[in-house]
Ligand binder design. Structure first.
Ligand code: GLC
Length: 638
């Protein structure tokens, strides 16, 4: 690795976040192009008129981040709207690129960071901190792909999932019994739609307690896991961060006894509330607590479980005991007075501010392997370290096996232990487009095994949205249809044109050898599976502003349709390519298109794939699950 491409500057007394795996000698002086103002706790750089800013991983808005205020402050945020500043992750890596020269920055800081990218002043990029203690890495390279490679070598190899994790997964918050899950299996089977995973949301647990299975609703769980596996389906249970406070519950009792939970200033365990009611939070920043919690996954791997999703690990807090009491006291004070405008807003603010209250994140502490640190100072590491607990445990529990793992909250460094899903999106067309734009930024930060809730989590999905979303998600490594409790049911068998759904999912299975190969390359070469066009076509300035077409691996470009009632779209080709208009893996039109602008048709059941010159696209014969795919029996389209 060319460490000469990376310079490290240290400000204040940073904590070691665990993001970086490489020793880089500290540079002295000021980082070029950046001015640092210790008193104001700011870094500043000017943005030229031409400058684009790429990166920041999982965020809202576009691929070019210029013109908004982004905050690294991991949030349980179900409203992924344009006006928001934070989602579930903090990925403080970005590239400033003016088309000729570019430079990468990684700000390794576990607390709050604000990226004002031409928001306050359109020509200024200001980075603000609460605590001016961080490592700054300046990463050079001739072009963005090279900078990404250098950065990713700095932070270590991305997580490699088992190959079956490239299959299709069905999920829904609300599958309450083994029979509910059997129904999902049977309906998919009846229609012949491939399926590799059925996800188990919180409903499988006993009283929402981690590492328990409700024995009435899931009798003989071990045999149930076996039964599903015989049908080629793996069950993937959710694990939440909070541990229910309940006498007699072993996880709770061991955590208390071993001093493994997060503590308040007075040394008592913090009492917060999430799904199970009152919980304690394991102190994942402490290696002893990580080892203990990680070993708990064995309860489920012992009965045949091979994959998990870690949730609510920002951590999400419905309320803390202390804050809830304050709110009730304040409301009580307002009870018998006439509420004027101020009083009324005060009242509604008190209630809406109960969950995920910033004050609550200052109420508890970690034992960060010997250093007592207040939670808000390391807030963005919590989900990373929960997933690290699992990843480290899997190496002990099943060293020869790959276990599926992805998380909601993350920080750079977690990409070595698992993937991510992008959290609670909505069944909106705009969120399909957001999903498209998030993929390259996630890949830059090392999160290659990633994807969104296909069809949207909140709100009601329509058949056409599901179809178009599926047509994009067949390219994302994590390919999961997931929906919230109470929303319209959106399993593929709920809609009319099941034949087209089957064809699209089968196309995904046909693409798996290609996707797996390109995924592996991205992991091994520290490159990106999803790239904006401009990363590869540096001499074509038109490509700079294209954010709805992506390169996927080396051989193809995709141009998903993401608008309702559209049967075609404009595409721009930086060079001549063969266009495939695919209805299924073996039913498609092919047409050579010249470089330039084209209006191309794509009916609701048609996927557009463009093969780059000199490349060929391998396709397998679909199977009911990945284990039954023949990776050697491939046909090629060139
Ligand atoms: C959170 C997760 C969502 C899950 C729900 C219930 O909102 O993001 O995926 O379905 O919790 O567990």
């Amino acid at each position: 690795m060319a460490v000469e491409n990376i310079k490290k500057y240290v400000f204040g007394n940073p904590l070691n976040t665990g993001a970086v795996v490489m020793e880089v000698a500290q540079s002295s002086g000021n980082p070029e192009g950046l001015s640092a103002d210790q008193a104001a706790k700011e870094l500043k750089t000017e943005l030229s008129k031409e400058a684009f800013v790429y990166g920041l991983g999982e965020t809202i808005r576009g691929i070019n981040k210029r013109g908004w205020l982004y905050r690294s402050n991991n949030a349980d945020e179900p409203h992924h709207e344009e006006g928001k500043n934070s989602l579930y992750a903090s990925h403080n890596f970005f590239i400033v690129d003016d088309g000729n020269s570019c430079i990468g920055y990684f700000i390794d800081h576990p607390g709050f960071v604000e990226f004002d990218i031409g928001y306050t002043d359109k020509d200024l990029f200001t980075i603000r901190f609460n605590d001016f203690d961080f490592d700054l890495y300046l990463i050079s390279g001739k072009e963005p792909n090279e900078i990404v490679k250098n950065f990713r070598e700095l932070v270590g190899k991305s997580y490699m999932p088992p190959v079956w994790a490239f299959g299709y997964g069905q999920s829904r918050w609300g599958y309450k019994t083994a029979d509910d899950i059997r129904t999902v299996r049977d309906r998919y089977k009846e229609l012949g739609i491939p399926l590799d995973m059925i996800y188990m949301d919180i409903d499988y647990m006993q009283d929402y307690k981690d590492f328990t299975v409700n024995p009435e609703r899931f009798p003989d769980f071990e045999n149930f896991v076996k039964e599903m596996k015989e049908d080629g389906i793996r069950l993937i249970p959710i694990i939440d961060a909070g541990v229910k406070i309940q006498e007699g519950y072993d996880v709770y009792e061991e955590g208390v006894k071993g001093n493994l939970f997060c503590k308040k200033e007075d040394g008592k365990n913090l009492v917060a509330a999430v799904w199970p009611g009152k919980v304690h939070f394991p102190d994942f920043l402490n290696s002893k607590a990580r080892e203990w919690f990680g070993d708990k996954y064995k309860v489920l791997t012992d009965v045949g479980i091979e994959g998990f999703w870690n949730d609510m690990n920002e951590p999400a807090i419905f309320y803390t005991e202390e804050h809830l009491k304050e709110v009730f006291d304040d409301i009580h004070d307002l009870e018998n007075i006439e509420l004027d405008i101020e009083g009324f807003f005060n009242l509604t603010g008190l209630v809406s501010g109960i969950a995920n209250n910033p004050e609550d994140y200052r109420r508890f502490f970690h034992d960060f392997d010997g250093v007592k640190v207040r939670h808000d100072k390391v807030h963005n590491l919590y989900g990373f370290y929960m997933t690290r607990a699992a990843g480290e445990a899997f190496e002990r529990i099943a060293p020869d096996k790959k276990i599926l793992m992805f998380s909601r909250a993350s920080y750079v460094g977690m990409h070595r232990y698992g993937g991510v899903w992008t959290g609670d999106n909505m069944s909106w067309w705009s969120h399909l487009l957001l999903n498209i734009k998030q993929m390259p930024s996630l890949n830059m930060a090392g999160f290659i095994y990633s994807g969104a809730d296909t069809g949207g989590f909140g709100g009601d999905c329509t058949e056409d949205l599901m179809m178009r979303w599926l047509e994009f998600s067949i390219f994302t490594p994590l390919f999961r249809n997931h929906a919230a409790l109470g929303t319209r049911e959106q399993e593929l068998y709920q809609f009319k044109d099941s034949e087209s759904f089957k064809n699209i999912v089968e196309l995904r299975y046909a693409l798996i050898p290609y996707l797996y190969q390109e995924f592996t390359k991205a992991v091994e070469n520290s490159s990106m599976l999803f790239r904006p066009l401009f990363f590869d076509y540096r001499d074509d300035s038109r490509c700079r502003e294209i954010e709805d077409q992506l390169l996927v691996g080396d051989a193809i470009m995709i141009a998903p349709v993401y608008e309702q009632n559209k049967t075609g779209k404009y595409v721009y080709l930086p060079e001549g390519m063969k266009m495939l208009r695919m209805r299924s893996y073996n039913d498609y039109d092919a047409e050579m298109l010249e470089a330039g602008d084209h209006y191309v048709k794509a009916e609701l059941n048609e996927v557009l794939i463009f093969i780059r010159p000199g490349q060929k696209l391998p396709l397998a014969k679909p199977a009911r699950c990945v284990d039954e795919l023949d990776f050697n029996d491939l046909s090629y389209i060139s």
